[in-house]
Design a protein around this ligand. Structure first.
Ligand code: SAH
Ligand code: SF4
Ligand code: F3S
Length: 476
């Protein structure tokens, strides 16, 4: 594997945009713009990548559809984090055989984290012959060139170079939302948690330059975006690879100084790199939302060690205590894995104890899924699926109870929320988010309110969401 990360030059990106223009000229002779369907699986990093794929496709003259029968180009941007995610993609990819039989000119592309796994690429090469293009995350910036080759030549393209990864600035984006935006601040991961596929498919940690990030955020704020999420697999190690002395807390502070009424969120944080300086910066910066997603994965030190998490349960709890002391109303969320190889039920119960002490507002819970090529996939895993499921259900039941209690505590409060979308339910026509990102379903309000910060009186709650009234409606 190539060990150093590369910066893709502006000449290269201009060359890619040149391919876009050539394809747009081919498409311009059609009576209507051809359509593309981009289907995204996985995390926000993939959502952000799909926005870049759409950005390129728009430059090539494509409009978008959700209907694969109508699409000239279909892109499946995939996730490899768990078996279930991969099965879904393979099922959907298999079904496209029939669609393509009806539309032989269709171009079918598989990209994202799954495409980067050598055994998946091989399977697609052998058994999914209707797929024209397979490319990994490292070469996303070359997408126009691949499409140009397919449109002007023949054959299939497989591009999954095993490299440390690159940074490409200047790729166009078509964003999915008008209120919330993703901004990748870094790519890749160096942590190699023993269960996790991400470092193998996303390459090494590499940080975008602060000036590029600040420019992007400034532009988003000027365009009216109100909720900006900084993305990276481990944002707390931002800047370690930069020439200048800038860490994640410094970056947050610089973004906070951008004028405008907007919220800053970020994910994901790793406990080993979440520092007191970060917590103090969060407390000081008024635009940084009072919420932290801090995965702890397991509550038992033996398990944490073989997971290669490089923190103990007590270190984790200590950090949470310091954070709560600085920001008492902090909203906390986390990720947990149940059934890691060798985890006993007694060790699993240590995870429940962490829930009881921290009282997370919400939890993302997963049953361990072996990933080809990771150390954990080679470990003995004697516990039965039924036992793992029983533990999983205990975890979910405890968290549901805590979420419900935490949500109930909002009732009667007035909270300044960001109205972020419309809903199909006539009883609650719009939705909003608290600063801590809890979902609020609002009685009243219209599409015009989307994108506004508004005072909301919280009137009800369940384990998933809050219910509320817009206060300005009562004043009218
Ligand atoms: N970079 C983030 C998370 C990335 S993946 C972090 O370090 O926290 C999101 C979550 O998926 C992880 O936090 C973990 O809980 C879960 N996960 C990752 N690999 C998994 C596996 N092999 N089986 C089950 N869950 C897994
Ligand atoms: Fe995976 Fe661990 Fe990296 Fe998160 S920090 S992406 S869990 S290896
Ligand atoms: Fe999945 Fe890749 Fe994200 S494996 S969780 S899409 S980084």
């Amino acid at each position: 594997m190539e060990r150093t990360t590369t910066t893709i030059s502006q000449e290269e990106i201009s060359r890619q945009l040149g391919f876009c223009r050539e394809i747009a000229a081919l498409n311009a002779v059609r009576p209507q713009a051809p359509l593309a369907f981009v289907d995204t699986y996985g995390c926000q990093q993939n959502e952000a990548d799909s926005e870049r794929i759409r950005g390129y496709l728009r430059q090539m003259g494509y409009d978008f559809t959700q209907d694969e029968e109508q699409a000239q180009i279909i892109v499946l941007n995939t996730c490899a984090i768990r078996e279930h995610a991969e099965q879904r993609v393979l099922g959907n990819l298999g079904a496209l055989v029939h669609v393509k039989r009806r539309h032989p000119d269709q171009i079918i592309c598989l990209c994202g984290c799954m495409a980067q796994e050598p055994h998946v690429a091989e399977k697609v090469r052998q058994s999914f012959r209707h797929v024209d293009l397979v490319f990994g995350p490292h070469v996303l910036w070359k997408f126009p060139e691949f499409i140009h080759t397919l449109l002007t030549g023949r054959g299939r393209i497989f591009q999954i170079p095993d490299e440390a990864g690159s940074i490409a600035e200047g790729i166009p984006v078509v964003r999915q939302d008008t209120v919330k935006a993703w901004v990748s601040i870094m790519y890749g991961c160096n942590n190699f948690c023993s269960y996790c596929i991400v470092p193998y498919v996303r390459g090494r940690e590499r940080s975008r330059k602060p000036e590029d990030i600040l420019r992007e955020v400034r532009e988003l704020v000027e365009q009216g975006y109100k909720d900006i999420t900084l993305l990276g697999q481990n944002v707390n190690s931002y800047g370690k690879d930069l020439d200048q002395a800038m860490d994640f807390a410094d970056l947050l502070q610089a973004i906070n100084a951008i004028p405008g009424d907007f919220l800053i969120r970020f994910m994901t944080s790793h406990p080993k790199d979440a520092t007191q300086k970060l917590f103090e910066t969060m407390a000081r910066c008024e635009k940084v939302a009072p919420v932290l997603h801090l995965p702890f994965q397991a509550g038992n030190d033996r398990i944490l060690k073989i997971m290669n998490r490089r923190h103990t349960r007590e270190q984790y709890l200590e950090k949470i205590r310091s954070l709560k002391a600085l920001i008492p109303d902090i909203v906390l969320t986390s990720d947990v894995i149940v059934g890691f190889p060798g985890e006993t039920t007694e060790e699993f119960e240590d995870t429940l104890k962490v829930l009881e002490e921290v009282r997370f507002d919400a939890l993302f819970t997963f049953i361990y899924s072996p990933r080809v090529g990771t150390p954990a996939a080679e470990m003995d895993d004697p516990m039965s699926r039924e036992e793992k499921l029983a533990n999983f259900n205990r975890l979910v039941a405890l968290q549901d109870q805590i979420s419900e209690e935490k949500h109930a505590a909002y009732i009667g409060k007035t909270v300044r929320c960001l109205v972020d979308g419309v809903s199909d339910d006539p009883r609650y026509p719009v939705t909003a988010r608290t600063p801590g990102n809890r979902l609020v379903r609002l009685t009243g309000g219209t599409a015009q309110d989307v994108g506004q910060f508004m005072d909301v009186q919280i009137t009800g709650a369940n384990k998933w969401s809050l219910f509320g009234d817009l206060l300005f409606l009562e004043e009218k």
